[in-house]
Ligand binder design. Structure first.
Ligand SMILES: C[S@@+](CC[C@H](N)C(=O)[O-])C[C@H]1O[C@@H](n2cnc3c(N)ncnc32)[C@H](O)[C@@H]1O
Ligand SMILES: [Zn+2]
Ligand SMILES: [Zn+2]
Ligand SMILES: [Zn+2]
Length: 317
């Protein structure tokens, strides 16, 4: 079943199947839709197909047509996100305003993307575990660090922890007993396609307790002049002084955390000091398996926000 099929139907499975068959798109039309370049002529073809449906008078079908006419396929996505109940792969039930039920079957992931797991890591981005410093600078401080003096592992009472300094070999003798290392739990994250303009997102693949360092935000360490020269704010985070982390070209799963305007379940914390400063994404509260992991981006958003929160900035415009 390769065709995009649009159907409005109330009735038995057989009736539904007949209506699906009557409004299937040809392979060519399907390819055109997938290509996303819907010009006026192609549009007519799509509308013509829709008119084949005996049920085109139904308002959800008109809404679908209108979305295609306006070239705003994201409206279609919106309609489905807001008003549909996913039944199973590719089949959605749409409850219309007048109480009738329509079923739209489409296999086009472009037109109606549903959240999908196991997305591919982008080829253009190199995976790294730790920050990449400019050549000749390993990111270590000139200053001597003081040792915390803990004797039985480092916990709540550890001096370093109290100062929001993570422990390392130059300020803690506790080695494997230390409970204050900057240790990520990146395996608690699965990347997924949000199915919206948000693109790829990160979600919890297990319950995560509040206060967990989920993942360190890593990337290239660049200065303010490079930030300005690169001019893409999307993956840049301030580290300390005039240094920034840019995860556009290199990074780990942290670069896929999307923004939410309100009630984020994760937060950014800076630990360490001077050139030892590191950024962690921590859980703000207990997070349940399956939840999307969301932070608040600093400053004005350079994109139209689709976070869905009540106080979303895009609703205030
Ligand atoms: C740090 S990246 C997050 C990962 C990104 N989703 C991706 O697929 O690579 C930031 C970009 O994600 C998208 N994004 C994040 N949060 C969003 C939101 N609430 N609404 C719309 N787009 C969002 C924007 O395109 C933004 O420039
Ligand atoms: Zn300690
Ligand atoms: Zn320690
Ligand atoms: Zn928002």
């Amino acid at each position: 079943m390769k065709n995009l099929r649009v159907l409005g139907a109330k009735g038995s499975r057989e009736e539904i199947a007949r209506t699906i068959a009557s409004c299937a798109l040809s392979d060519k039309q399907y390819e055109e839709l997938l290509a996303g370049a819907i010009d006026a002529d192609r549009l007519k073809a799509v509308k013509w197909i829709l008119r084949q449906s005996p049920l085109e008078k139904w308002s959800p079908i008109r809404a679908f047509e209108m979305a295609i006419v306006s070239g705003k396929l994201n409206i279609v996505r919106w309609i489905f996100e807001k008003e549909t109940i996913p039944l199973d792969n590719g089949i959605f039930m749409l409850v219309g305003r007048h109480g009738h039920v329509d079923i739209f079957t489409y296999l086009s992931s472009q037109i109606c993307k549903r959240p999908r797991e196991n997305v591919h890591w982008p080829d253009s981005v190199r995976r790294i575990d730790t920050n990449v410093y400019p050549e000749g600078d390993d990111g270590h401080d000139e200053e001597e660090d003081e040792f915390c003096g803990c004797a039985n592992g480092c916990d709540e009472g550890c001096y370093n922890r109290g100062m929001q300094l993570y422990c390392h070999e130059d300020n803690c003798h506790q080695g494997p007993n230390c409970g204050n290392r900057f240790t990520s739990h990146e395996n608690a994250i699965t990347l997924f396609d949000t199915g919206s303009s948000k693109g790829i997102g990160a979600k919890a693949n297990q319950d995560i307790p509040a206060g967990t360092l989920i993942v360190e935000y890593v990337g290239e360490i660049i200065d303010i002049d490079q930030v300005r020269a690169r001019n893409y704010p999307f993956y840049t985070m301030h580290l300390e002084g005039d240094l920034y982390i840019d995860a556009a070209r290199v990074g780990n799963n942290s670069r896929f955390f999307n923004h939410r305007c309100q009630d984020q379940n994760c937060e950014i914390q800076k630990w360490g000091r001077g050139a030892r400063t590191r950024i962690g994404i921590f859980s703000k509260r207990d997070i349940a398996i399956g939840e999307e992991l969301l932070i608040r981006y600093a400053g004005e958003l350079p994109f139209a926000c689709e976070c869905g929160a009540k106080c979303c900035v895009s609703k205030q415009k």
